[in-house]
Design a protein around this ligand. Structure first.
Ligand SMILES: Nc1ncnc2c1ncn2[C@@H]1O[C@H](COP(=O)(O)OP(=O)(O)OP(=O)(O)O)[C@@H](O)[C@H]1O
Ligand SMILES: [Mg+2]
Length: 399
């Protein structure tokens, strides 16, 4: 399944461009689903078709869906319920309902990712286009599988061991409820689904991220940061859609300055995102609402090409060997050395860039090795490992 994720600052045109891409993909013969993961849905308004939590037909091969957190929670309630009970067991919480859980932070992330996993499993659609919420929320969504993996591995792995020991020694005499193994089986199943969706999302042959920008200073600054964090979490950024470029004819009189300002900002975009292809979209005289307007946008954006064809995009993370030493190379554009913090605990690396933190579980060839040093050069962060394996886990820090 091909997955195209559109993200960008609030109001730049993500929904319109996601909808237009869906229309174009369907016209090319792909059975396409456009999913809005933004709680403040506007995909239905853009397409002019009311949408709900199930795929709704829009054009012969195009379907739209607006994620509803409560509906998805209820659909996945068996697994999520047991996961939460296992998580809350130590606090003495014995029962919890889907309606109560909806208000917990992070539920929209869990539900959107489970929905994507389910869509991939069903194999009904060959293309999925994600229309997401503005950048910060989308980064939370995309970084969630990485964070949750750590919790599953460490929290539940650990709890499970404690539970076994406790049951063997004190059993029912203890007042603290000990989650039974059945809970863990369920938690593991959920873990498996998150792993699957992470694999799907970080495979650049299947999933790519397209950044939507406007030629405006503040938008560019936020997009640069988003690009860095997307690389940090292993997402392949394929394309920059530069929306709302004023045509020369429209920039006389009151708007005379706009074009000059945009020219400067367009040059900045080329300088900053040089290696990523950029596709411009004009600023139209009218709102882009309804199928005909979106079809026009799609033609202006992609011409007669397939709007979802995968442009070869390298993965931002590479595991290599240099002169007998294992090395990890990670693209971290626009990042200074003082913004990066790296530490190691056993076979897991923790990498913090600004406000975001990810864990990297070392692949087999790297296990048992200690970080030997790291450097940041022209937007590439290189982590060097010792050539010999150390037998026990070590703590190491470098910046
Ligand atoms: N190129 C354009 N020319 C004219 N109007 C546009 C253009 N692109 C988008 N619009 C209009 O701008 C408004 C915002 O666009 P849209 O909803 O696609 O942005 P968004 O990034 O999804 O916003 P949000 O962050 O709120 O989800 C809409 O009314 C849309 O029709
Ligand atoms: Mg939107």
């Amino acid at each position: 399944m091909r997955v195209v994720i559109y993200t960008g600052k609030g109001g730049v045109g993500k929904t319109s461009i996601a909808a237009a891409t869906g229309i174009g993909a369907a016209a090319c013969g792909h059975t396409t689903l456009v999913i809005s993961t933004d709680n403040a849905h506007s995909l239905g308004d853009s397409l002019g078709v009311p949408l709900g939590p199930d795929p709704t037909p829009v054009t012969p091969k195009l379907f739209g869906l607006e994620v509803d957190v409560l509906t998805e929670l209820q659909r996945n309630w068996g697994e999520v319920h047991r996961y939460l009970l296992a998580l809350l067991a130590s606090q003495g919480v014995e029962e919890i309902t889907a309606e109560e859980v909806v208000i917990l932070p992070g539920m929209e992330l869990i539900t959107a990712l489970l929905l994507l996993d389910q869509v991939a499993e069903q194999r009904r659609f060959d293309t999925v286009v994600l229309d997401t919420a503005p950048t910060a929320d989308t980064l939370r969504l995309l970084s969630f599988p990485n964070a949750v993996e750590w919790y599953f591995d460490h929290l539940f792995g650990l709890q499970r061991r404690i539970a076994r020991v406790a049951r063997a020694t004190v059993g029912r005499a203890m007042k603290t409820p000990i989650p039974p193994d059945a809970f863990f089986a369920s938690v593991q199943k959920l873990h498996g689904r998150f792993q699957r969706v992470r694999t799907l999302l970080t495979d650049p042959r299947q999933t790519t991220v397209r950044l939507v920008v406007n030629p405006e200073k503040m938008v560019i600054a936020e997009t640069q940061r988003a690009f860095t964090y997307l690389c940090l979490f292993g997402f392949a950024v394929e394309l920059l859609v530069v929306n709302r470029v004023f045509p020369t004819a429209a920039t006389s009189g009151y708007f005379a300055n706009v074009r000059a300002e945009q020219e400067t900002n367009l040059a900045t975009l080329t300088e900053l995102f040089g290696e990523i292809p950029q596709l411009p979209v004009p600023r139209y005289p009218n709102e882009v609402v309804g199928i005909p307007a979106l079809e026009r946008l799609e033609r202006d954006l992609f011409g007669s090409g397939d709007p979802v064809s995968v442009r070869p995009t390298p993965s931002p993370i590479r595991f290599l060997e240099r002169g007998g030493h294992p090395v990890i190379e990670l693209a971290l554009p626009y990042t200074g050395p003082d913004q990066v913090d790296l530490s190691q605990r056993g076979d897991t690396l923790f990498l913090r860039v600004g406000a975001y933190r990810r864990s990297i579980v070392l692949p087999y060839a790297f296990t048992g090795r200690t970080v030997d040093g790291a450097n940041l050069d022209h937007g590439t962060f290189t982590i060097h490992f010792a050539s010999r394996r150390t037998s026990k886990p070590v703590a190491h820090a470098a910046s």
